[in-house]
Each structure stands twice: as C-alpha cells, then as structure tokens.
Design a protein around this ligand. Structure first.
Ligand code: BT5
Length: 315
C-alpha cells in the first residue's frame, strides 16, 4: 500500500475528516484527496460527504481495500476474484523482489497442498499467500508455518468455530469419531527460497474453508459456514494477518502460542514418513517446528510427515 493510501485509510477509519484537513495531513492537494476518495467509491466503499467531512458509511464485503481498511499490520493486499493459485502468484511476486504482500482470492482454480496434492478452493473461501523476507537461516522457516496455524486457529475461534491445530499444518475441528481425528477446516503450504545461511523469501499459503457449502468440499472437510455460520471475511483476514504479524515480529513466542492452540500434544499419533511409520504419544513441539513423539523405543523428533490423531486406547 502506498503511503498516501495508508494515511488516508488511517484518517478515515478514525472518524469524519474534512477534505482540507485530509489534504493537509496527507501533504497532497485537495484535488488529489478528491481523486483518492473517488477511487475508493469505485472500489465499492460508500463515502458520504457530511458537514463534519468525509465519512465511510460502508466498506466492501471483500477485496484489497476491504482488508486494508482498518488493518493493523503492514501488508499490501493484491486481490483476485479468481486465480489459479495464490502461491504461484506469490512466488512470482517474491521472485520479482516484493515483500510484505498478500495475494488474496475469492476462488482458486489450480491450487495445491503439500506434495502437489490438489486443494479444493471454491468461491467464498479465504485463499491467501503472504510473501515476506525474514532475516533467518532457511532451517528456521518451518516456525512460520506454525505461526500461520496459530493465526488461522485464532481467527477461526473468533468466528465461533471450535478449531485447533493438528501438527504440522492442519486446522481441524476435533472429532474423535472421524478417522483422522477431526474435520479439516484449513491447510497451510509454506514455500521458500534461500541460500546456505539466509532466507531470500518465504511464502506462506493459507487456505480456509470460510463461507463455503460442505457439499463443495472433499470428504472429511468442513467450513466456517458449516460449523458456525458465515463470517465477515474481511475481518477474518484482518485478524489472521494481525496475529501472524505479531508472531512474526516476536518469533520466540510462536512455540508457546502453538502449544496453546494445538490438539496434537498428549494424543496418540501415527506419523507417516517417507519410508517409515511412527506411532506413539505426541509429547511436545520443538523449534523450529518438530514434533516429539514418545514411542516404545524412545523419543523421536520428527521434522516432516503426515500425522494422524489416533483414538485413545480402549475406545
Ligand atoms: C494442505 O496440504 O493442507 C495445504 C493446503 C494449502 C492451500 C492454500 S490455499 C492458498 C494457497 N494457494 C495454494 O495453491 N495453496 C495454498 P495437505 O496437508 O497436503 O492436504 C491436502 C489434502 O487435503 C488433499 O489431498 C485433500 O485430501 C484435502 N483437501 C483438499 N482440499 C481441501 C479443502 N478445501 N478443505 C479440506 N481438505 C481439503
């Protein structure tokens, strides 16, 4: 977001403000203010001209401005009604040198999960990818997947969904009667590029089944609509990005936040690795995101794998 737009949003979101006052505070001409206000109206904002000045009476339901307006985190939003994959677009932006950009879409037609599995992303969801450039070695990148899972879970809980994290990248509504221990609400796909000791960029892709009918989703999936009714997606995205930004700014707090929101710890789990399956009790998570599993043959520290929550013994 450019400085003028950010300043305009800051002013308008704190109450009525006159054209001349805006021009002065933004350091631009009155004509330039008028043009910016017209541009907001074109984006779907209802901006009334009252005696006290400009008043934002209505914010669009979803889109770049809808999320940027009132957002307490320094991201620029690039919005698409429909796109192949927000991660593909995010990767292009990252390679072009961008940072702190969020690609956001209402619908994706070619989105993917881990290992290039297909990801279903109909209209009404929250499909986004955050591009950023942390100063850390590539080995630390997984901590940001955990941060994204915490941010998503918090936003989902605020929307009334009883969500929690399944290691490493799923947000579920727990349900011991289902095979995998819950219904999947959201998934996260992190990608990155880096040199030996420095990350160049990280891309955290988050897919949340928000205002989506369950019938449009794969078996075993659920949505905010199914669990708690529709959510105001612009507020949901704002909350998610703000939490992610806070955690990103203070990485030492991520593991504890993850432990507070996770359902995996204390459970019996089965983790599929490339050529081995591990079963045991998940006892902790370690920096930068490894799961510690107590097995019959001692503790194992697992960095990547597909994890299933098993039913407690005897049930
Ligand atoms: C994930 O992979 O869970 C990561 C999903 C990341 C999607 C986001 S959307 C924005 C961004 N742009 C992209 O192109 N991707 C990211 P994984 O753990 O591999 O789980 C994939 C599996 O979840 C699939 O094989 C299906 O079984 C299931 N699945 C597919 N679509 C789903 C959905 N909408 N909700 C719940 N489960 C789904």
């Amino acid at each position: 977001m450019n400085e003028t737009r950010r300043a305009l949003f800051d002013e308008l979101s704190s109450g009525a403000v006159s054209g001349p006052a805006l021009a002065e505070r933004l350091g631009v001409s009155r004509a330039a203010v008028w043009k910016q206000v017209e541009a907001l109206r074109d984006e779907g904002f209802v901006v009334e001209s009252t005696d006290a000045g400009y008043v934002v009476a209505e914010v669009p339901e979803f889109g770049a401005g809808a999320v940027e307006y009132g957002l307490d985190a320094g991201y620029t939003i690039e919005y698409h009604d429909t796109i192949g994959s927000t991660n593909d677009r995010g990767r292009d932006l990252a390679k072009a040198g961008e940072r702190d950009v969020v690609v956001l879409a209402d619908e994706q037609t070619g989105s993917r999960g881990r290992l290039r599995r297909a990801w279903t992303a109909p209209s009404g969801g929250v499909w986004l990818s955050i591009v950023f450039r942390p100063e850390c070695p590539p080995a630390h990148a997984p901590i940001y997947t955990l941060a994204a899972a915490v941010a998503t879970t918090r936003a989902a809980r605020e929307a009334g969904v009883d969500a929690s994290i399944k290691w490493p990248n799923d947000v579920l509504v727990s349900d011991d009667t289902t095979e995998r221990g819950g219904r999947k609400l959201a998934g996260i796909l992190t990608e990155m590029e880096g040199e030996a000791n420095r990350v160049s960029w990280i891309l955290v892709g988050i897919g949340v089944n928000a205002n989506v009918d369950g019938a449009l989703l794969p078996a075993g999936a659920t949505s905010v609509r199914e669990e708690a009714g529709d959510v105001e997606r612009r507020l949901f995205v704002q909350r998610l990005l703000e939490t992610f930004d806070d955690l990103r700014g203070d990485p030492d707090t991520i593991l504890d936040a993850w432990r507070d929101h996770a359902d995996t710890l204390g459970r019996r789990v089965r983790v599929e690795l490339t050529n081995e399956t591990i079963e045991g009790e998940a006892v902790d998570v370690e920096f930068p995101g490894a799961l510690v599993v107590r097995t019959e043959r001692g503790e194992r520290v697992i960095h990547t794998g597909d994890c299933e929550h098993l039913r407690p013994v005897g049930e």
